[in-house]
Design a protein around this ligand. Structure first.
Ligand SMILES: [Zn+2]
Length: 508
């Protein structure tokens, strides 16, 4: 068993359970902040010591005694929570003598201790990411130092591990009378809204092993995400392995101007065309209206808070619907095609774009690419990412002529050389498929002739996986099959100046 996957359910807690959930989320935030405080204090203390005896250059070496790892952070927190610093009580005896009683953290018994431990683990991960980013060992965008978490009524989460298996497992799904429920240590059985049958069956038949549960507070609801380790997908639903010299079968996936996704083969056959969901199109208009309502309200007023809550609720509703929709689209793509080519997107560059529709559409596209990548890995399929300066829209998919005068208004691509008339987005998808075929051939030729690259300029880049592309950093989430595991060679975006026709205005 190697595949990690998650099942997400919407919780339906009672009033008492809501209080307990909020208490656990608060405890996780508290423990994270306290661990960070302990860490920073220890660092400062050691820095002062070193400065006194060895000079400033040795400051960075002063790591002994400062909690960095998960175990040292857990230990530091555990000894702190029992100490006088965490809580004490003054007792006045009958004859007027004041005694100090060390109580430690008074409320620590009210929440599961696992919450504290997992918060310490989170901090150690944050510190490790920051260190690796600073020393250049970690690629992608720079990672900042962990910061203190704020109190929030609309965010927060905590994590619990599953310690044993079978009937005595600490995290159980659908026990007792309530099949739609999740049992968590200390919190007991909490009802969920969705059907849990699929996960229950997988656990009962030994096809899945529960690893952990993450409980998240959303804007509107509480969610539980159960991470499980499962067996590989059944060979029947996996794509057959292609022959080594097979370069065909690529399907290009392009973002249309009006449609979210247009997929097509090399010869211009359309295999899938999906429109952007209505919730996205109509939701943007509503979001703008709600955001204007916020800006009209007086700062710090109750009405402003209410209006801001309305925006947040609307946003979370759109996001939930969109996420569901993207899963459907990505499933459709990976089920029907074993080789997919996506267009690369410079996500960090996009996020600075001020146009809301574009930003949301690009975020959706990034999420779709992430889903396609891991789902294709599960199905033994391949994903390739084309360079973002590859002029997929302006090239003729039939004869390869580059039309520089193509504007955004042109819905149809008409070639003056060979007379091709094709839908603009489909032409781009066909180009992507053709590019992937050429790239596969170039890589094979390169392997055969010891590195010579067949004159294909696209094939010159380093081969990395899709999730680590330029400027995005590792996007593989905890518990997901990393694209590394799939072994699919994927082209990266190169550090080259962009030609003016590479980035076009595109909206979902
Ligand atoms: Zn042509």
């Amino acid at each position: 068993m190697a595949r990690h996957t998650t099942f997400r359910f919407c919780l339906d807690p009672t009033v008492e359970q809501k209080v307990a959930l909020a208490r656990h989320a608060g405890a996780a935030r508290f423990a994270y902040n306290q661990c960070l405080r302990l860490h920073l204090d220890a660092r400062e203390h050691h820095r002062a010591l070193i400065r006194r005896c060895a000079g400033a250059d040795a400051v960075d070496q002063a790591r002994d005694g400062v909690p960095w790892s998960r175990f040292s952070l857990i230990n530091a927190y555990n000894s702190w929570k029992r100490s006088e610093a965490a809580g004490r009580r003054f007792l006045v005896t009958g004859d007027g003598v004041v005694e100090v009683e060390v109580t430690g953290l008074a409320w620590r018994g009210e929440v599961s201790a696992q919450v504290f431990e997992e918060a310490a683990v989170d901090l150690s991960r944050g510190l490790a990411a920051w260190t690796a980013s600073r020393s250049g060992k970690r690629k992608g965008r720079p990672i900042g130092h962990p910061r203190f978490k704020r109190k929030s009524h609309t965010a927060g989460s905590f994590r619990m591990r599953n310690k044993t298996t079978g009937a005595s497992a600490s995290i159980q799904v659908g026990t007792g009378d309530h099949l739609r429920s999740v049992s968590l240590p200390r919190l007991g059985s909490i009802q969920v809204r969705e059907d849990t049958r699929r996960l229950r069956r997988m656990i009962a038949t030994g096809r899945a092993r529960t690893l952990q549960a993450t409980i998240t507070r959303g804007v509107r609801r509480w969610w539980v995400t159960v991470t499980v380790e499962t067996a590989d997908l059944h060979p029947v639903v996996q794509h057959p392995t292609r022959a080594v010299d097979d370069t065909t079968g690529w399907v290009g996936v392009d973002r249309g101007l009006h449609d979210l996704v247009v997929a097509g083969t090399r010869d211009g056959t359309e295999t899938l065309r999906v429109q952007a969901p209505k919730v996205l199109v109509a939701g943007l208009r509503q979001q703008r209206r709600l955001a204007r309502a916020v800006s009209r309200k007086k700062r710090g007023s109750t009405n402003r808070r209410k209006a801001a809550a309305r925006v947040a609720r609307h946003h979370s509703r759109v996001q939930d619907t969109l996420q569901h929709y993207l899963h459907q689209v990505s499933n459709q793509l990976v089920k029907n095609h074993d080789r997919l080519v996506l267009e690369d997107l410079n996500i960090t560059g996009i996020m600075s774009n001020r146009r809301l529709a574009r930003a949301v559409g690009d975020a959706a596209w990034g999420e779709l690419a992430r889903q396609i990548t891991y789902k294709q890995a599960w199905r033994n399929g391949q994903v390739m990412v084309a360079d973002r300066w590859f002029p997929s829209s302006k090239t003729c998919s039939s004869c390869g002529t580059l039309r520089k005068d193509l504007t955004l208004k042109d819905r149809t691509y008409t070639c003056g050389t060979c007379g091709l008339v094709l839908d603009r987005d489909l032409n781009a998808a066909a180009n992507l498929a053709a590019w992937a075929e050429g790239h596969t051939r170039a890589v094979q030729n390169g392997a055969a002739s010891g590195g010579a690259r067949d004159g294909d300029r696209q094939a010159a880049g380093p081969v990395i996986n899709a999730c680590r592309r330029d400027g995005t950093g590792p996007h593989t989430r905890v518990g997901e099959t990393s694209p590394d595991d799939a072994g699919t060679p994927i082209q990266t975006a190169l550090q080259r100046p962009e030609p003016e026709d590479a980035r076009e205005g595109r909206c979902p």
